[in-house]
Design a protein. Structure first.
Length: 423
């Protein structure tokens, strides 16, 4: 727990250091800090008058050009497409907003690559969702519309309540040179905690206990593979990251690293991608001997045929779980909503359970922490309706709990940027 707290502190310090180093000269940086400390998202900006009804539809249709990610294997319900579905229809009905696809890619990795090219060429969608590095690059290059005044004028009470849970950290993260230039998401702390999901029915059939240590994980994976528990002849002991995925999260992308190996690293005292305090000094977790040991352990598992042999080249690691081929994977709590239901639908006997393991040598679970904010919805400079993304986010907050997301994931909500409490 001590290392986890230290990792959190050092991550915060390094983010602050990056913000300082990437900003303009000292005088401008000071004004930025003052803006962040005030907690007012429209610091040093002309206020926007709050409309009588911030959620009223536009009189004339507003069009937002976007880039999108659509997996080629996605099957839409009859009568729905990526461009015309229950979500785009609701947005059109409630807000009179339509979307025009500027470009489309097939994976998150391709999206980041395409977005980086768009930033470099300054050929941007009207609005998009970007990560921390992309946000600061765009802000520094003066490619973004200021959003503080429109957030103040149009954000719903629910959205403001989400921001309030961060004690100003979310808005501060979206502030550059004293101006709020992005609509930040608010990540749940729990999204940064990666659990071991395991086929409990396979454990029971083999008379095995839930693994507690990294060696237990190895032994259970070997038992699954040796006994071909999937009955396919190609049982996977432990799923791994897909193409474009990551072996571990970092302080810049600290949560929701699905199918990564974060718990293996942390159980072995390794925090790659994080700045940590060790022996009274600041060091980068990726270069510590514990990280080498963790990588060697994972190499042993991979060479032993216990980790998905298509790791890092497989298009979608979810298929190993849904098909019933895999016996274990690492991921956050919400994977009980996806892909587990699909796996159980295919095999009603599949008993997937999640556990806070493996533990370290002292018997403690020591995961790394999640940053408050990891993504930002941004608007290109010069776009006529920057307030549209705030109206859209307001509608998303109230719509997700009541819409049928079982047959079409809410991920298809245009410009979706998750908002939830950090507790």
């Amino acid at each position: 727990m001590k290392k986890r707290a230290q990792a959190m502190i050092m991550a915060a310090l390094m983010i602050a250091a990056l913000a300082t180093s990437c900003s303009q000269p000292a005088q401008e940086g000071a004004s930025s800090a003052a803006g962040e400390a005030s907690g007012d998202s429209s610091t040093a900006s002309q206020a926007v008058e709050t409309p009588e009804d911030p959620m009223a539809p536009y009189e004339e249709t507003v069009v937002i050009r976007v880039g999108s990610v659509i997996d080629a294997n996605t099957v839409f319900p009859e009568g729905e497409t990526a461009e015309d579905n229950r979500y785009t229809q609701l947005i059109k009905e409630k807000l009179n907003i339509e979307f025009e696809t500027m470009w489309q890619v097939g994976s998150s990795a391709d999206f980041n690559q395409k977005m980086n090219l768009s930033i470099a060429s300054n050929d941007l969608p009207d609005a998009t969702v970007v990560n921390k590095v992309q946000f600061r690059t765009m802000a520094r290059s003066q490619q973004l519309e200021e959003l503080g005044p429109v957030i103040d004028a149009y954000a719903s009470d629910a959205m403001k309540a989400f921001f309030d849970t961060t004690d100003g950290d979310a808005i501060a993260a979206a502030t550059y040179d004293g101006k709020v230039q992005g609509l930040p998401n608010v990540q749940a702390d729990a999204d940064g905690y990666h659990l071991l999901w395991i086929r409990k029915d396979w454990l029971d059939e083999l008379g095995l206990d839930v693994p507690q240590t990294v060696q237990d994980v190895y032994d259970v994976a070997k038992a699954f593979v040796d006994n071909d528990m999937s009955g396919t002849g190609n049982t996977i002991g432990l799923s791994g990251p897909q193409s474009g995925g990551a072996l571990y999260a970092t302080f810049l992308a600290s949560s929701n690293n699905v199918y990564g190996f974060d718990p293996i690293f942390s159980a072995m005292g390794s925090y790659p991608g994080y700045w940590i305090e060790k022996d009274g000094a600041v060091t980068y977790g990726s270069i510590e001997p514990e990280t080498k040991e963790a990588l060697e352990f994972l190499q042993k598992m991979y060479k032993g045929g216990l980790i998905d042999p298509e790791m890092s080249v497989r298009a979608n690691s979810e298929e190993t779980v849904v098909s019933g081929q895999s016996g274990m994977f690492f991921g956050p709590w919400w994977m009980g909503y996806s892909p587990i239901p699909d796996a159980i639908r295919n095999d009603p006997e599949a008993d997937w359970q999640a556990y806070a393991v493996p533990l370290n040598e002292e018997g403690e679970w020591t995961p790394h922490v999640s940053a408050t904010t990891g993504q930002f919805t941004v608007v290109r400079k010069g776009y006529e309706h920057p307030e549209a993304i705030v109206k859209l986010a307001n509608l998303a907050i109230v719509s997700e709990p009541v819409m049928d997301t079982a047959t079409l994931s809410f991920d298809f909500w245009p410009l979706r940027n998750v908002q939830n409490t950090i507790a």
